[in-house]
Structure formats: C-alpha cells, structure tokens
Design a protein around this ligand. Structure first.
Ligand code: SAH
Length: 359
C-alpha cells in the first residue's frame, strides 16, 4: 500500500468510513502525500499528457483568443489574466509568447496562477521566468485581486473532488471508502439514506456531484457578472447530466485501480458541464457551449497555425500534423470530441471567438 493509503487506512480505523469526496481530496492534495503536491506528473516519463504538453499550438491559439476577447471587453488595463491549475506553466508560456503580436494586450496583462501544489508552482516559476509578464501565485480564486479578468482552465475541473451517491436498498446513500477485514480499502454505500436526492435509479446506480466545482462556478460567475470578463474551461466530460461512475485513476499512462495506491496515481472524474452551467447562470453570468474541443480549435485557427509552422519548419511538418490531429481530431484516441469547451462570461459581451454559433 502507498504511504497515503496507509494514512487513510489509519484514519478510517480510527474514525470510520470516509466519503469518496474526502478520499479524492486527500489522494490529490494531502499536503504531504497528495498526488499533485510533490511531483511533476506530466509527459512521456510521467503519468499523463495534456494538450498544452502535446503541442505549443494549443497555448498559442488560446493566447490569441484571449487577446481578441480583451478587445471585445473594451481593452481594460490592467487585465487580470488568470489560469486555474496551470500544471507546468506550458500553456501560459505559449499564450504569452503568441500574444507578443498584440503589444497593447501584453502590456495590460497582470497574470495570476492559481495553484495548490508548491512543487508545481516552482516549475511554473521556472517556465515563466523569461516571459516578461508580471506573474503572481494564489492558492484559490478568492485570493486573486479584483478587476476585469480572463480566466483559463485546462483539465482543472476534473481534478476537483466529487461526491458519489449509490442506489442501495431503494435509497440513495453517499458512497464511502472503508476498510475490509483483510486491511484493503473498498467502496461501500454509506449507512444513512439521503432523502434530498430526487433522481430515479436502480440498485447499484451511481450519481456524481462536484460541490467544489459548483462553488467555483458560482463565485466565478458572480465575479465576472460584477467586474467583467470571460472564463474558458476545457475538459473531458459530458454535456448532459447522467448517471454513472466516472472516477478514474491513471499511472504511467495506464488506467489503474482507484483505491490501490492513493497519492501515487492521478484521480479524475468527468466534468458535468450542464451542472457547471447551471451554477454559473445562477450567479448572473452567460454561458456558451459546451462545444467539442476539435470544433473550438478549428474555429480559432488550428489548421492555419499548423500549416504556418510546417511551412516555416518543413522537417517538422509530420510532428505538427500529428499534434493537430491528436488535440483536434475526433477519431478514437484523439481529444477533439472527448474534450469539451465552455465559456462563462459577462452577459453584455457578444459571444467569444469560437462560440458565435452556440449559446
Ligand atoms: N492545466 C495543466 C495541468 C492540469 S492538471 C495542463 O493542462 O497541463 C491539474 C492542475 O490543477 C495541476 O496543476 C494541479 O496541481 C492543480 N490543482 C488540482 N487541484 C487543485 C486545487 N484544488 N486548487 C488549485 N489547483 C489545483
């Protein structure tokens, strides 16, 4: 068992079963043993790869998208340019480099990176050392200074801890993690029924809710509605709320058991975009999408960008084409339709680039 597994087993032995939500929170962000807290999980040598780590085009296009959105907002100066969960800082680095073609935008930027992990914050600091932009760090959105903002979040919401309810003996019960007699962690339905859940379900069905993401969407929606701005969320998930267990653990680019080695594997859940949209709207913001990542990237120019890069470095043309397909293609194993893109914005703004046809 991992160090964190032993720690969680001791917790349960002492105080009883813990909700899945608490388990996921500990697995990812326990200050000492949490998965993100003291490692670099990205890339070929790590556990998983994200779009900005696949290709520079991803961050570049988002940087140019942000410059256009800033112009639509009436060119506020300063602009809070905020990224939630920036990983290695690659997306921000590519975005800031591409934005050099819009010097007024670049000089208006005041960058804040919202990051829970001290070791990833250190890597972000190194990545962005020569970016030339003023950058600060915050551990939560609430700590970011006021003012008009553009917010970017790639594969952030899927890392926030979810709560699960399981249908058991004709009632919904919160799903918990407990300790079996052999000392292994196992899932079980909690004892108390949860009468406030109205959904229909059959024995064994699972419903997921992400309270942390709802809180974030509500406070972000309220902030954008009051102070102006736009937020861009890119993540994997579903457009319509549905039943099912989407909790998943990945280690070394392979799917592994969620409970076997907490702290040593990445744990994520599908994002329920419909639910996210409800909270942002309830706070007074407009919502666009979700649309497929492939459609979004094509709308904002990935085909043209791939061609320009290939023309400039013909020996790398294959590499750019493969990267383009991987992040924007819609075949099995590609990210273009698995990943969705959703925007939360001040209600008075026109639809942002990429969303002209969608509301
Ligand atoms: N956006 C990056 C990394 C995605 S992984 C990329 O696309 O490559 C998730 C990121 O969110 C990591 O940086 C992780 O440390 C951070 N994170 C996870 N939970 C968080 C939380 N509760 N608050 C702030 N950051 C968090």
């Amino acid at each position: 068992m991992s160090e964190l597994g032993a720690h969680i087993a001791a917790l349960i032995a002492e105080d009883g079963p813990i909700p899945v939500e608490r388990f996921m929170e500990l697995a990812l962000t326990h200050p000492e043993y949490g998965y993100y807290m003291n490692r670099d999980p990205f890339g070929a040598a790590g556990d998983f790869t994200t779009a900005p780590e696949i290709t520079q085009m991803f961050g570049e296009l988002i940087g140019l998208w942000a410059a256009e959105v800033w112009a639509m907002m009436g060119r506020p100066d300063p602009l809070r340019f905020i990224e939630l969960g920036p990983g290695r800082g690659t997306l921000m680095s590519d975005a800031l480099r591409a934005a050099r073609i819009a010097p007024d935008f670049r000089t208006a930027l005041d960058v804040t990176l919202v990051e829970a992990s001290p070791s990833l914050a250190e890597i972000q600091h190194d990545t962005l050392l020569t970016s030339g932009a003023p950058i600060s760090w915050a551990s939560a959105l609430a700590d970011v200074p006021e003012g008009p903002a553009i917010v970017i979040a790639n594969e952030f919401l899927d890392a926030l801890p979810i709560r699960q309810y399981v249908r058991s003996h004709n009632r919904w019960r919160e799903r918990v993690v407990w300790l079996e007699k052999n000392g292994q962690l196992a899932f079980a339905p909690g004892r108390q029924p949860e009468p406030f859940i109205q959904a229909q379900g059959e024995e064994g069905d699972i419903i997921e809710v992400c309270p942390a993401a709802h809180r974030l969407m509500y406070s972000l929606g309220a902030r954008l509605a009051k102070q102006g701005g736009v937020a861009l969320f890119l993540d994997y998930g579903h457009g319509v709320t549905s039943i099912g267990d989407t909790l998943q653990a990945v280690r070394g680019h392979r799917i592994v058991d969620v409970l076997t080695e907490p702290g040593e594997c990445d744990i994520t859940a599908h994002v329920d975009f419909a639910a996210m949209a409800r909270s942002a709207r309830a706070a007074g913001a407009a919502v666009y999408g979700p649309i497929d990542q492939g459609d979004f990237l094509r709308e904002i120019g990935i085909d043209t960008r791939a061609k320009a890069l290939s023309d400039r470095s013909p020996d790398r043309a294959d590499e750019f084409e493969q990267a383009r397909k991987r992040v924007a293609g819609k075949d099995v194993g590609e990210m273009g339709s698995l990943f969705k893109v959703m925007v939360v914005a001040h209600r008075d703004l026109p639809p942002p680039p990429g969303f002209e046809g969608a509301k």
